[in-house]
Design a protein around this ligand. Structure first.
Ligand code: HEM
Length: 222
């Protein structure tokens, strides 16, 4: 029962968020809380060399980077539709929507969901376009912190649970990339190109979720 009402409230919050007007790219003000490239960010505790080694282990190559770039234009005008699917998955999965719960009401926090959604949209473009430099690496560290006790809730001043439990982090790679695939196929790319874009997305999202895991891992064991 408790879970059902939580899910219903989350869906209601999402509909409200989805119905809000979206600004076009030219006039869009900075996304609140999106701080990629800003001086205020801490330096990542993992290095660009660590990143290269991780990419090697994931068989993540220049070819994958090319296919991610190809996906950028394909996905550009589909961000909201993709976010509807991803948020729909989280909202209808009680184990996940609980991480957006408002501590006072016990229901999903619509304002929190909406604020994160804007940065999630930017993340689609950033993942397709990533150049894997120090700024990108530092923002990966920041996103990890935002899923964990040091920084969860801080950016949006949410009154919510203190962390996303570790076990779900890499797991979400699968629904995110599986549900992305039909969107990759919507603009006439060949089946072979869709497969390669999809494979590149799987690798990139897994790579990022591994980097985001840093704050969960005991000192020295990452
Ligand atoms: C592959 C796995 C995941 C991806 C790609 C992902 C992606 C993102 C992105 C892009 C953001 C916004 C980062 C920013 O502030 O710029 C975010 C924040 C957030 N994600 Fe995830 N996430 C993943 C796993 C999860 C899981 C399993 C949950 C559980 C429901 C979750 C819950 C949240 C929450 C609550 C925030 C807001 C954190 C805050 O307070 O700042 N995420 N995520």
């Amino acid at each position: 029962m408790k879970h059902h009402s939580l899910v219903a409230a989350a869906l209601a919050a999402l509909v409200a968020v989805a119905a809000a007007p979206t600004a076009n790219a030219q006039s869009t003000p900075a996304i609140p809380g999106y701080t990629m490239g800003q001086k205020s960010l801490a330096k990542a505790p993992f290095t660009l060399a660590d990143l290269e080694s991780l990419k090697k282990t994931l068989l993540f190559t220049e070819e994958d980077i090319r296919y991610l770039r190809m996906s950028r234009a394909i996905l550009a005008d589909q961000h909201e539709a993709i976010l509807d699917v991803w948020y729909g998955f989280v909202a209808s999965t009680p184990e996940l929507v609980v991480y957006f719960k408002n501590n006072k009401t016990g229901a999903p926090d619509g304002a929190y969901l909406g604020a994160v959604r804007k940065r999630f949209g930017q993340w689609i473009a950033d993942t397709a376009d990533a150049n894997y430099d120090q700024s990108w690496l530092d923002y990966q560290y920041e996103i990890g912190l935002r899923h964990t006790t040091p920084k969860k809730n801080k950016t949006d001043e949410a009154d919510s649970v203190p962390l996303v439990n570790f076990r779900y982090l890499s797991a979400l790679t699968i629904p995110v990339t599986t549900t992305l695939k039909p969107f990759l196929a919507k603009k006439g790319a060949s089946a072979a190109d869709v497969e390669k874009m999809h494979a590149a997305w799987v690798k990139s999202v897994l790579l990022q979720s591994i980097l985001w895991s840093y704050p969960y891992i005991k000192d020295g064991q990452f």
